[in-house]
Design a protein around this ligand. Sequence first.
Ligand SMILES: [Ca+2]
Length: 202
Amino acid sequence: MGNSKSGALSKELLEDLKLNTKYSEEELTAWYQSFQKECPSGRITKQQFEGIYASFFPDADPKAYAQHVFRSFDANSDGTLDFKEYIIALHLTSSGKTMQKLEWAFGLYDVDGNGTISKTEVLEIVKAIFNMICVEDQKTLPEDENTPEKRTDKIWDYFGKKENDKLTEGEFIQGIMNNKEILRLIQFEPQKVKDRIKEKKH
Ligand SMILES: [Ca+2]
């Protein structure tokens, strides 16, 4: 990542992002311009990132989820994301390529970063996801997944794991490939995020 603080989006970065996100040149250029305006330093802080999520979900509490997403993209843990990390953080979650998305999801769920996922870590992320579902929508969830605990049990059962077992990245990805239900349960209604981002940008 060059540290060009001002000016246009470099051709290299643009190509890279087009490849990684499926967004058009026009969209990326427009987002880059507003990013530059809001973050003249070229980096976005955790607080600013939380603010963006808060504006997407005014009737819910996305803070915890935003923090987890932020953590999973802040590779060097310096508390900021550059434009590339920011775009991927905001958009990979809703529209990335499958394998890339699954690798990212593993990092999201591996809260302590030790290379495996425990049931407690699943529950932590599922709780953060529940905070983003407004009360009205929560009422429409199926009986066996309408609390973070139930949903976590269901996910853990699908993976065929016992209470204190751990999930490796390989098992995580394989499990999701084998059972589409898991993917639905581990993510926050991606279509909704996508719609909100669209509403916001246009
Ligand atoms: Ca872990």
